[in-house]
Design a protein around this ligand. Structure first.
Ligand code: ADP
Ligand code: GLC
Length: 488
């Protein structure tokens, strides 16, 4: 391709901020296209038109056309509507179909999600053809979009979109889209020979959508270099480690960034006081006071506030937090937890809130406004994950001058360098083995520096705020990868 020609990239995924987000995938689907547009690409993002998308965005959508598409083994046809909007240089095309997407939340259980995302993946390619927009690269995200490479190389191979290259990014290998072979055969309508072991077959009875996508994508990426290595091992591979080792020549790790305009403490109107690296130490105190007041915590600027914002699932290392909770509270420390998920953790953290009134707040909900105030008002931030493909919360915390305490896994290892007293370097406190005692040691080390070596702490706050956590260098890596594919 000519050096100055605009590369055309289509993103296909199941969530995207600000329309619909349940975790970091939504952030990446928002931020990476914007970063690519700044690098001179033309980007279209294709998403399902879920019922839960706020009306204010639905009101901005423009009808671009519709058609009937055959889906399923027996060729049942379904309506595909295209609703479009543009925002900051990125074009968003929403796939409309009430049968599949009118259930409210994006994920409603695998039995429905399998047909939903088979339809979505095929419709994404059909839409690109309908719009006569032939991308150079189709960048697919997680299992929900993982049939795109298969459809592209089979049903669409001789159509305009068939000339595109595909990239499949693994954001989280735990979710793979596994179901009975007959169920997937029926809903995908894909050829029988694709249900063999090298592609979709998972075991005697089941098929695995992610596995098939990984076999057929032209390039595979995941969201940190360490996770790219980890998933090739039995401990982290979720049963796909051998498959990934086999396909490893096409597997690359590129660490996520965050959108530094969306997450900018100097301009964040959701904070009690905006700040930059030079006035963070003073201004963060104002945010801490506002946070304590809002959450009914004891109003005391001298307390160290530990923050945690997370989906409450086993992935996030919450059993370690649960195990050491009583020992985190020592009269000088407060803990703020924001999250929803597994009732086991919701109940445990609610219990601790009742047990340590005034020192602990367990805010069991999804709340973006409160998230901003926690990132700004907390002193340290806990991310002790069992596994973490990249993790964005530690990046946001650093950008807001809040010191992360993390387990050395996946993207946490790649983005948080351990604090070194001898040379006053590093970004946070880290531990390696998945062990509650080691998490406690890391928190205690953080407390020691916070309470007794405040100058070193404040320097770390400043260092973290000045650290480059933007998308710039990673977007350039994706671009280089796209170019490599385009030239093939
Ligand atoms: P994951 O994608 O595994 O959930 P990430 O760290 O990549 O983890 O991304 C999590 C994203 O979701 C961050 O933007 C974080 O601020 C946000 N988030 C998680 N839980 C909540 C919540 N309860 N309320 C608001 N935002 C949340
Ligand atoms: C996944 C991972 C998280 C990553 C996010 C965005 O949800 O759990 O580590 O940051 O995707 O890539």
């Amino acid at each position: 391709m000519a050096k100055n020609a605009k590369r055309k990239i289509a993103f296909v995924g199941s969530e995207c901020y600000p329309f619909v987000k349940t975790g970091g995938l939504g952030d990446v689907m928002y931020a990476l296209p914007r970063a690519l547009v700044s690098e001179g690409c033309e980007v279209r993002v294709i998403l399902p038109l879920y019922a839960c998308i706020p009306q204010k965005y639905k009101d901005q959508l423009e009808y671009k056309g519709s058609f009937m598409m055959d889906q399923t083994q027996e060729g049942r046809t379904f309506f595909v509507g295209i609703m479009e909007m543009k925002m900051d240089g990125v074009t968003y095309d929403f796939v409309e179909n009430r049968e599949f997407f009118d259930w409210g939340n994006p994920y409603t259980g695998l039995w429905e999600d399998i047909p939903k995302y088979c339809f979505f993946s095929k419709a994404s390619l059909a839409i690109l053809n309908y719009l006569k927009w032939a991308p150079d690269v189709i960048h697919c995200h997680d299992w929900q979009a993982s049939l795109v490479p298969l459809y592209k190389r089979t049903k669409f191979w001789d159509t305009p979109v068939g000339a595109a290259k595909t990239v499949l990014t693994i954001h989280n290998l735990r979710f793979q889209g596994i179901c009975g072979i007959q169920h997937l055969k029926y809903w995908s309508g894909l050829r029988d020979d694709l249900f063999d072991y090298p592609v979709l077959k998972w075991n005697e009875d089941e098929a695995n959508m992610f596995k098939g996508g990984l076999a057929f994508a032209d390039m595979i990426t995941t969201v940190s270099e360490t996770y790219a290595q980890e998933i090739q091992t039995g401990a982290y591979g979720e049963g796909l480690d051998a498959h990934l080792r086999y396909h490893s020549p096409r597997l690359h790790g590129i660490v996520n960034g965050i959108d530094v305009e969306q997450w900018d403490p100097a301009a964040d109107r959701l904070l009690a006081a905006q700040y930059n690296a030079d006035n963070a130490v003073e201004q963060k105190k104002i945010n801490k006071g506002a946070l304590q007041e809002k959450l009914g915590l004891e109003q005391d600027g001298h307390k160290m506030v530990l923050g945690l914002i997370s989906r409450l699932t086993d992935q996030k290392g919450l059993d370690l937090v649960d195990a050491i909770f009583p020992r985190l509270i020592d009269g000088n420390t407060q803990v703020v937890i924001l999250g929803t998920g597994d009732p086991r953790y919701e109940n445990a953290f609610r219990y601790f809130e009742g047990e340590y009134k005034g020192s602990v707040c367990a805010y069991i909900s999804y709340n973006e406004t409160l998230a901003h105030l926690i990132y700004a008002g907390a002193d340290a931030f806990l991310v002790p994950s069992l596994f973490e493909p990249c993790g964005l919360t530690q990046l946001i915390a650093m950008r807001y001058g809040t010191v992360p305490v993390v387990r050395e896994t996946g993207g946490l290892k790649d983005t948080v360098a351990p604090f070194r007293r001898d040379c006053n370097e590093g970004n946070g406190f880290t531990f390696d083995r998945y062990d509650a005692g080691l998490l406690l040691d890391a928190v205690n080390n953080a407390k020691t520096v916070y309470f007794t070596e405040r100058q070193a702490w404040d320097e770390m706050v400043k260092r973290n705020m000045n650290k480059d956590v933007s998308w710039e260098s990673s977007a350039a890596k994706y671009l280089a990868l796209y170019d490599e594919l385009i030239q093939k």
